[in-house]
Structure formats: C-alpha cells, structure tokens
Ligand binder design. Structure first.
Ligand code: SAM
Length: 339
C-alpha cells in the first residue's frame, strides 16, 4: 500500500485519539485550577464522539495507513467503558491484517482497577505520566493531593497484566528538575522505559516561558554524570524520543526534545479530539470537524476522502518555526487534544 503523504512528504501513520477533555488531576502546568475550575465548560456528553463513532473513524484511518493508535485525553481512564473502546479498536481490520498497535497514555491513577480489563480487551501497551516520586511534590503537581504510591501501584498492575510500560516525566525548571536522577534511579532495571519530556508551549493557559524548559541535553548530561550511557538508534523515523542505554545493562531512557530539537520532519501523527475535531499538529489553532459529516450520514468513502484531503494539504511544522511570538499565540489545549 502506498503511504499517504502530506505536502512535506510525511506519511500518515499514527492517530492520537482524545476520548475526553476531563481529568481527575489538575496538574499545575497542564490544567491549572484557576482556569479549569468549577465553572469551566467541559464538553457535554452529546458533544463527545460515541465509542462506536470513534471506532468508525479509526477504521477509516487504518485504511489510509495508520498503524498505531494512542488513546489519550484528558484522562482516558475516566471515560466510562474505555475497555469497550479498546475491544472495538482491537477488532479493526488493517490492510496487512496484523491489527492496530493500541497504546494508551494515562496518569495511572485508575490503572489498579483497569489494567487487567484493558489488557484483556487488546491494549498493546501503556504510557504512564509521572513527574515526581516525591509524594509531597507529586501531590502539589497534580494539585488534587493524589498520592504517588497509588500511581506506582498502577504501574505494577499494568506490568502484572502483561502490558509493556513506559513512563513519561515532563521536566519543568524549579518544579521537578531536582527529581530527574531519582526517577532514573527508580526505573533502572525495572524493564520500564523512562522518558523525559521537555516542557512545551502547548495551549495558552500554562504561562509557558522558555526559561522553564530543561533541555534534553541538560537532562542527558545530568544522567551521564551519574551513570555511563550511550545513544541508541531509533527504531522508527517518526520516533518522538531520542534513546540512551545504560552501559551496565539496566535498560534505557529517552528524551523528547520537542522544544530544543524539534522533530516535525518525521511527524506522522494526526490527532482527533473527543468531539471529533481533527488536528494535524499538537500546536494547532484550529481543527477540522469530522463529527458534523459523521452525524449527517456521510459514507465511509466520503469520510475517507475528507481525511485524505486534510492530510495531503498538511504543512504544519510548528516546533521548527517556534519563536517567542508564536509561543504566545492561541493554540489547542493539551488537556483537550491529549499528549
Ligand atoms: N491524562 C493523561 C496523562 O496524564 O498522561 C493523558 C493526557 S496528558 C495531557 C498527556 C501528557 O501531556 C502528560 O504526560 C502530561 O504531563 C503532558 N503534558 C501536559 N502539558 C505539557 C506541557 N506543557 N509540556 C509537556 N508535556 C505536557
């Protein structure tokens, strides 16, 4: 099958699907309480794509070449019946008949309850966001006083259920940059890959400043001063993380340098919001509405044509063009479109 290419020659391979804009955490850099408080207008149930509508769109994407689907949010595990969605997605036929790779990004708070059902439903792997191991600091970061121990238990539950686990830690200067070595120490030798993410200027509610970014280079430097590491070649041209391996064989870490070493050139990701807006960039200002044609009775062929038209016109490369001015522009919120 010929890959579907955008204007910059990038194939469509991955779809990230946000299934809710709600979250049970209020991480201070993502959903600050002052903005996402009691009066915040979250999407109504009728505005959300149903699980069946999501599965239909994903199946059409699979026909266009998408191989990996990442379920995200908001917090995807707060959406009722997420296990059923995984079942629906796992049943989707792909042109190569090998099925979709199904990943899920979560804050881990509900994994103890849900890991087994998710694995049984056909989930391939899970990524858990965890920015600090220090209980007090973690409770302050999530701003709902959620204990770190419960997330660690969730990670164990996922591993016990047979799900490969990756850990994502966003590093923000002055907030948790002192936790980098403790995180690395904790996950060395566990089989879980730890990835550090540069703090990004997503959305427009987190008051992002370039000074708050701890560069991937600095993170790697700090780790290499403690343990011997060497770079590992990426397996996929569209990989987001640069990989490093501990020379003592205790595993590897990754760094996602979206700010200091943008990787738009290999970006093969489309993003679907919980209400059916398709974004072709994490830093997009506007989406393309798929819910309207879906609910107006469009055929699979018509929807497919619409997706094809959107992708083949795509020129986004926000991170490569980032300036102080663009960083302050209005962009889609991370909690709406997902990581
Ligand atoms: N609730 C799920 C979770 O916690 O993984 C999925 C959605 S959350 C928006 C996805 C990821 O985005 C989390 O790892 C979060 O830390 C990350 N994130 C949010 N705001 C960010 C920012 N400004 N820069 C970098 N990563 C960010």
């Amino acid at each position: 099958m010929e890959p579907l290419l955008d204007r910059l020659g990038r194939p469509l391979e991955t779809l990230r699907v946000s299934i809710t804009d709600r979250c049970n955490f209020r991480c201070v850099y993502c959903m600050p309480k002052e903005v996402f408080g009691r009066d915040y207008a979250f999407l109504e149930r009728s505005q959300l794509l149903t699980l069946e509508e999501i599965a239909r769109v994903v199946a059409i994407f699979a026909g266009l070449g998408v191989r990996t689907v990442r379920i995200t949010g908001g917090e995807p595990l707060v959406r009722r019946n997420v296990e059923h969605l995984v079942e629906l997605l796992a049943a989707i036929e792909t042109p190569q008949s090998d099925g979709l790779e199904l990943a899920l990004t979560t804050n881990g708070s509900l994994l103890v309850e849900k890991a087994e059902a998710l694995a049984a439903a056909g989930l391939s792997r899970v990524t858990v966001s965890l920015d600090s191991l220090h209980d007090e600091a973690f409770r302050e970061l999530n701003d709902v006083d959620f204990p770190v121990q419960r997330v660690l238990e969730g990670i164990d539950a996922a591993a016990t259920a047979g799900l490969p686990v990756k850990i994502n830690a966003v590093v923000k200067r002055g907030a948790n940059d002192g936790d980098v070595l403790a995180l690395a120490e904790h996950f060395r030798g566990t089989g879980h890959v730890l990835r550090f993410i540069e703090y990004m200027d997503v959305g427009s509610t987190n008051g992002w400043r370039l000074e708050d970014v701890v560069s991937a280079e600095e993170i790697v430097q700090r780790i290499s001063e403690r343990w011997a590491i060497e770079p590992v070649a990426s397996e996929r041209p569209d990989a987001t993380a640069r990989r490093w391996r501990y020379l003592d064989g205790t595993g590897e870490i990754g760094v996602v340098a979206s700010v200091t070493k943008p990787f738009c050139g290999g970006c093969s990701r489309a993003r679907l919001s919980a209400e059916g807006q398709l974004y072709t960039c994490l830093f997009g200002a506007r989406g393309h509405d798929l819910r309207e044609p879906l609910r107006a009775g469009a055929s699979d062929e018509e929807l497919c044509e619409r997706l094809r038209a959107i992708w083949t016109r795509r020129t986004d490369r926000y991170s490569e063009l980032r300036t102080a001015e663009t960083a302050s522009l209005r962009k889609v919120e991370m909690s709406y479109i997902g990581g």
